[in-house]
Design a protein around this ligand. Structure first.
Ligand code: NOJ
Length: 587
């Protein structure tokens, strides 16, 4: 009897030690302060000389990302696709596009990333598939079980020509023109909120939910650490049942200059941000949480939606149910090259104000749909914007090349690949093309910028300035990259990870970001947005210790790293973004 008590005691000590040790080695909160690097696989690194980036190219460059200080990579879609929307039109969610590699390459990528402690996040595109997907082909044929996988509707008679059928509603695709396409074979229209080749899945059909969950499970079983969820706010459309049996027309915005073919012609009240969407996100969170329990690692979900902040925050959860981290695109849409320190402070404060307490913020400086940071804001604001994204609390997301200040490339009409531009004409295409920000990464000044050793052409042309603006040139000395790398390492300090945030616009041109944590040195970032050198006095920040040293300097700064200074006298040159660490602990 005594022996079995002893055995029980011994086993329970052993068991709890084991649990503790394994729990201690896992950083459950890795995602809350993660630096996530977005890779656009087609343009990152070509390993086999076909002019197209691929998985082996990414694997080859993982050590570079590790040295840079990246915690996770998010790869734009790598799945089988006819590439009409460059991979956002998926034929088979479980297969790798052959030009990117195969499943073995993917597994090597994940294994290498794990060894380097870099998490892999996949792009998950639940709103639509390709029109070449097996599900769609079956749905066109009305195969039993698949009839309602997509949003199908009969045409409506044209009042002027009774024999002619019109699309079911006036809805417009994001890429121009009617969002409805007629299928001769099925004798009905299908909805496509993007290209004709991207039919919308029907989330009113329970089987679709199950299919999509299986896709999530499939990739979680492959060891990925989470998903970036594409076009989440387009998942649902209004139900015909609620509108007398037909899809309701959307009202006009009245935006001058728009035509009925333009997406901005209509207010998308029946095709975007429907309340049903949030529960789906919460249910995916529950699925991910099962894997968190199994793998002992938090599985991240970040949702993509361009919407009002009041709608975005609903993705975080609803009090009872946990959700995702909604991308914060305020740096993309609300900050411009003329924004002053007051404007930028308000943009930062807005997210922090609306974000439910206890949730994780995030800051996005670029992606494959937006003109590059250096082109949008000007090269002299690259350091400032990178500094803000990496010094603010929460997740920072960097689109490949923003750490170098890469600019948009020139892509002629003949070379244009983006469907959003191809759907226009040779005169207007540049206004809507996303190809300029998708041109290949600049590794060095060799042929094709070290992106590819193809003897032919790269899939998109390189930006002309790759000879002078490339990673090799920025690896040492004062450069956008070395500043970024320093920021990434400062991000790992306690004050930047856990400290309180204070943002202060000292004047129109001086913005200060202060991160203070009791018991740790404080971190202070200062940006001078103006063309003149200025002296900044931070004496009014009373909790900030008196003495500090420079720990990171942007390309326009005259201060040197290591320089000790007093908070009352900080000379900041024009366009300089600089970070200080206090010499004593706060507070
Ligand atoms: C958002 C993606 O970022 C974009 O590139 C794509 O065209 C649309 N969603 C459609 O999937």
């Amino acid at each position: 009897m005594r022996f079995s008590y002893f055995l029980l005691f011994f086993l329970s000590v052993l068991f709890s030690t084991f649990i503790l040790t394994s729990a201690e080695t896992i950083d459950h909160n890795w995602w809350q302060t993660a630096l996530i690097y977005q890779i656009y696989p087609r343009s990152f690194k070509d390993s086999n000389g076909d002019g197209i980036g691929d998985l082996n190219g990414i694997t080859e460059k993982l050590p570079y990302l590790k040295k840079t200080g990246v915690d996770a990579i998010w790869m734009s879609p790598i799945f089988l696709s006819p590439m009409r929307d460059i991979g956002y039109d998926i034929t088979d969610y479980r297969e790798i596009a052959p030009e990117y590699g195969n499943m073995d390459d993917f597994q090597i990528l994940v294994k290498t990333a794990k060894e380097l402690d870099i998490r892999v996040i996949l792009d998950f595109v639940p709103n639509h598939t390709s029109n070449e997907s097996d599900w769609f082909l079956r749905s066109v044929r009305r195969e039993p079980g698949y009839e309602d996988y997509y949003v199908w509707a009969d045409g409506i008679p044209d009042p002027n020509m009774p024999d002619v059928q019109k699309p079911p509603s006036n809805w417009v695709s994001n890429f121009r023109g009617s969002a409805w396409q007629y299928s001769e074979e099925r004798g009905q229209y299908y909805l496509h909120q993007f290209t004709i080749g991207q039919p919308d899945l029907n989330y009113r059909e329970p089987r679709v939910h199950e299919e999509i969950k299986q896709v999530l499970r499939f990739w979680l079983d492959q060891g990925v650490s989470g998903f970036r969820v594409d076009a989440i706010n387009m998942l649902y459309e209004a139900r015909p049942e609620d509108f007398g049996g037909r899809y309701p027309d959307e009202p006009r915005t009245g935006i001058p200059g728009t035509t009925p073919d333009d997406y901005n012609y209509l207010k998308h009240i029946y095709t975007r941000n429907l309340k049903e969407t949030y529960d789906v996100v919460y249910s995916w969170r529950e699925l991910l949480n099962e894997y968190t329990k199994m793998h002992g690692e938090h599985k991240l979900m970040m949702t993509e939606a361009y919407a009002d902040v009041s709608d975005l925050i609903k993705y975080y959860g609803n009090g009872n149910r946990d959700g995702a981290v909604p991308f914060n695109f305020a740096f993309l849409g609300d900050i411009h090259n003329t924004s002053n320190a007051y404007d930028i402070k308000l943009v930062i404060d807005k997210w922090m104000t609306y974000m439910p307490s206890g949730k994780t913020a995030n800051w996005v400086n670029g992606n494959h749909d937006q003109s590059r940071l250096a082109t949008r804001h000007g090269s002299d604001r690259v350091d400032a914007m990178n500094m803000l994204a990496l010094m603010l609390p929460g997740i920072a997301i960097t689109y490949q090349g923003e750490e170098l200040g890469m600019t948009d490339g020139y892509v002629s009409w003949q070379d244009t690949r983006d469907p959003q531009a191809c759907d226009t004409d040779p005169v207007h295409y540049a206004l809507s093309s996303r190809d300029p920000e998708r041109t290949p990464y600049h590794w060095d000044s060799s042929d094709h910028a070290g992106f590819s050793d193809t003897t032919g052409r790269t899939w998109l042309p390189l930006a002309d300035n790759y000879v002078t603006l490339n990673l090799a040139k920025q690896l040492s000395g004062r450069s956008h990259y070395t500043f970024y790398k320093d920021l990434a390492s400062i991000r790992k300090k306690n004050a930047t990870r856990y400290g309180d945030l204070e943002t202060k616009a000292i004047s129109e041109s001086i913005l200060v970001v202060n991160r203070l944590l009791p018991g740790s040195p404080g971190i202070v970032g200062i940006v001078n947005l103006s063309d003149r050198d200025q002296v900044v006095n931070l004496s009014s920040l009373r909790l900030l210790p008196e003495k500090m040293a420079v720990v990171a300097t942007g390309v326009d700064c005259s201060l040197d790293k290591g320089m000790p200074l007093s908070k009352a006298y900080l000379p900041i040159s024009a366009h300089c973004a600089v970070v200080f660490e206090t010499l004593t602990n706060c507070c």
